[in-house]
Write a protein that binds this ligand. Structure first.
Ligand SMILES: [Zn+2]
Length: 343
């Protein structure tokens, strides 16, 4: 090891590879390599980093994979030029906010195979991050602030304990790959069609019963969805009583309908009653008649065949959620929306 460092010192090296050298302690003289842009320290037994590392003002890539770190060393928060940081296969349990705050130029962050339970909201400072990988950890939640990371193209949360994903995830509009296999997801948030660049989705090994509304409009090239709890298509007839809508719902439907007409009085007056547009923004529209509704709807499912071009491991038809405005629509003939029988 000393030999490599000495050689690097003389050569004013830009990169230094100290991987698999049985290192416990990173030599402090590394600070005398101010031109270093790549530092590889993987496959060692490193448990701390010397503060001298902060003199590496040009360090772009740091690989600390497969070491003995129990936490993210504080000195990392001062490596402002860092773009790629690999910390896989350590024993890290926490990601301290102040370290994350200092890593604003990160493009790749790999935290695979650690024991992390949560990511701090401060993750929102990583606005240049493109690849975030936290595979095989113990994540129990994902902060809503993930939605600030609008440069993200790949997310990997495979093999964690996530019961849900934040709807803000759909603000990451550059996302092309989303891996959330082997978690505890019971549903994906509504609004997924905002991910107009999503090409690979892996949700295998969760507890999903169906996909969110308009899922079939995504430009997916690969979809992995085996080992879930999807509703099956076993139609049976049922008698549905026509529901009586509450006054609030009736009024909301009327206003929403009127609001579609730019020349209507309602459309022109709504901006003068600020709480109203906010309330009405929660509305949606019927998959059949396309009329609007606010809070009363029928949750239905239809079975959609996946685009022939899409690579897929199991069945070619998938259950996709749909909302209908009323039993009146549901009872019309010639559609393929089913209500879901509760067991
Ligand atoms: Zn309808």
């Amino acid at each position: 090891m000393t030999e490599s460092v000495v050689r690097a010192l003389y050569g004013k090296a830009k990169s230094l590879n100290l991987s698999s050298k049985k290192i416990n302690v990173v030599p402090e003289c590394i600070s005398r390599l101010p031109n270093l842009s790549v530092l590889l320290l993987k496959n060692n037994s490193i448990s701390t980093l010397p503060n001298e590392l902060l003199y590496l003002h040009h360090l772009v890539e740091l690989n600390l994979g497969n070491n003995a770190l129990k936490e993210l060393p504080a000195v990392l928060g001062h490596l402002e030029s860092l773009k790629k940081l690999y910390l896989f296969s350590n024993q890290i349990t926490a990601v301290p906010p102040d370290v994350i705050d200092g890593l604003q130029n990160l493009v790749v962050l790999n935290l695979n195979h650690n024991h992390i339970r949560r990511l701090p909201p401060e993750i929102k400072s990583l606005t240049r991050l493109r690849h975030l990988s936290v595979l095989d950890n113990q994540l129990e939640e994902v902060p809503a602030e993930l939605g600030h990371l609008t440069s993200l193209t790949e997310i990997n949360f495979t093999s964690n304990n996530l019961p849900s994903l934040p709807v803000q995830l759909y603000q990451c509009k550059e996302l092309t790959k989303l891996h959330v296999a082997r978690n505890k997801l019971t549903s994906l948030p509504e609004g997924i069609k905002a991910l107009t660049k999503l090409q690979v989705l892996d949700v295998a090994g969760n507890k999903l019963s169906m996909f969110p509304v308009e899922f079939d409009s995504l430009p997916l090239k690969e979809l992995y969805h085996e080992d879930n709890r999807f509703v099956r298509c076993e139609p049976m007839s049922s008698v549905q009583d026509v529901e009586v809508l509450m006054l609030k719902e009736l009024a909301a439907r009327f206003v929403l309908q009127q609001d579609r007409d730019m020349s209507s009085l309602v459309h022109r007056m709504l901006p003068y009653y600020p709480p109203l547009p906010e309330l009405l923004a929660n509305g949606s529209c019927c998959a059949l008649c396309l009329n609007p509704f606010l809070t009363t709807w029928l949750e239905c499912v239809h079975f959609v065949s996946v685009n022939k071009e899409t690579k897929i491991r199991s069945s070619k038809t998938i259950p996709v959620r749909a909302f209908l405005c009323s039993y009146k629509c549901f009872n019309t003939e010639g559609h393929s929306y089913y209500s879901v029988a509760k067991k």
